[in-house]
Design a protein around this ligand. Structure first.
Ligand code: PLP
Length: 395
């Protein structure tokens, strides 16, 4: 039977694929250490759970309004420093669906979307689903994996309709400073037809004094599609609540139409739990952030024990993105192959030899590196690096 051309061209999510393999090996009794997780290992805070339980008891069990409950949208707007009203917010099933919807309602066939890489696995695939043309801009460790204003300028042209930015970044952990964003904004003001999708889902997980939102820049605010949600900050990934803020009424209405014809609304119980997350004191967010910071410091210090591996220090999110390319030649020799091998072969080797699961950098657009998530306990982090060290020593 037919599978549409649209979906045939889309790649499977590399991180989800690796997580599934890891689960399969565990089922077979193999002691696999997983560093693939793109989610906090903490349980959702108690007040969030109570918010969900209360919503069930109070029968919030009917369809909700398409853009989300006004009370939740008000709570979200209250976090945005007076820059947005509740009427400019749209709630969906996770930031993933927000980004998908936003692309679907703005991008036509052949429109170019600029994506600095390494980038989150789904951006390029979503643009392809919308029949847009992803224009990737490779960045390097020398700029801490950040796109410079010159690179942005070179990538923009009259066909560009969107630029996607993610800070703090998955997979590199880089965070754009105010000055770096200002430089990008100075380029973007010259392209008034271009939307700027700012994925700020890791906003609250950072180790630098300030994380600047692109929505702070008045010159471009009309065109910013601000994306955030509760998944990472409140350890609520399974609740699936994300949101968009936009100043464009036309975009908001188009999005509302798409959501009305696809999912109707995000889960009402989860919306009530998200409302509880936003309305309560925010100490739980800070406690989890502190734990991630300790783990970041731990994994960075342990990685210095891996010879010939270099890694930029992440300023946010919960991933390290070490450069493993010094081992690729040795790995090819070990595997007895003549062709060059890269990050996919390296993650395969680490899974089979060290029983450590991580994600190939190629899935994020940078084959030199692999991604390790440190959203896991300190003992697991120590064990993973110890096993990787032993496996690398065999090459
Ligand atoms: N954006 C980035 C950069 C992510 O890493 C993720 C999740 O891994 C998402 C968006 C999606 O988050 P959500 O759980 O809200 O769909």
């Amino acid at each position: 039977m037919q599978i549409s051309n649209r979906i045939a061209a889309v790649c499977e999510s590399g991180s989800l694929k690796m997580a599934a393999r890891c689960q399969e090996m565990r089922r077979q009794g193999v002691d696999v250490v997983s560093m693939t997780l793109g989610e906090p290992d903490f349980a959702a805070p108690e007040h969030v759970k109570q918010g969900a339980i209360k919503a069930v008891s109070e029968d919030w069990s009917h369809y909700g309004p398409v853009p989300g409950y006004p009370s939740l949208r008000e709570a979200i707007a209250a976090t945005l420093g007076g820059n947005y009203t509740a009427g400019e917010i749209m709630v969906s099933t996770g930031a993933k669906q927000v980004i998908y919807n936003a692309i679907m309602v703005t991008i036509n066939k052949g429109d170019e979307v600029v994506i600095p890489t390494p980038s989150w696995v789904s951006y390029v695939e979503m643009v392809k689903l919308a029949e847009g043309t992803p224009v990737t801009v490779p960045t390097s460790a020398s700029t801490h994996w950040k796109m410079t204003a010159e690179q942005l300028k070179a990538a923009l042209n009259e066909r560009t309709r969107m630029v996607m930015l993610c800070s703090p970044n998955n997979p590199t952990g880089s965070v754009y400073s105010r000055a770096e964003l200002e430089a990008l904004v100075n380029v973007l003001v010259q392209y008034p037809e271009v939307y700027i999708l700012s994925d700020e889902i890791y906003q609250h997980i950072s180790y630098v004094p300030e994380v600047v939102s692109l929505a702070e820049f008045e010159q471009i605010r009309e065109r910013v599609i601000l994306v955030n949600g509760v998944s990472k900050a409140y350890a609520m990934t399974g609740y699936r609540i994300g949101w968009m803020a936009t100043k464009s009424r036309a975009l908001w209405q188009a999005y509302n139409r798409l959501q009305g014809q696809s999912t109707s609304c995000a889960c009402t119980i989860a919306q009530k739990a998200a409302e509880a997350a936003y309305k309560a004191p925010q100490d739980c967010v800070e406690q989890m952030r502190l734990a991630f910071e300790r783990r970041r410091d731990l994994i960075m210090s342990l990685m210095t024990e891996l010879p010939d591996v270099t890694c930029t220090r992440p300023d946010g999110a919960f991933y390290v993105f070490p450069d493993m390319s010094a081992y690729y030649g040795r790995l090819a020799k070990h595997l007895g192959v003549t062709e060059a091998v890269g990050s996919a072969a390296m993650t395969e080797y680490l899974l089979n030899e060290a029983h450590v699961a991580c994600v190939a950098g190629a899935d994020f657009g940078e084959d030199k590196c692999i991604r390790l998530s440190y959203a896991t306990d300190e003992q697991t982090i120590r064990e993973a690096i110890k096993r990787i060290k032993t496996a690398l020593a065999q090459l």
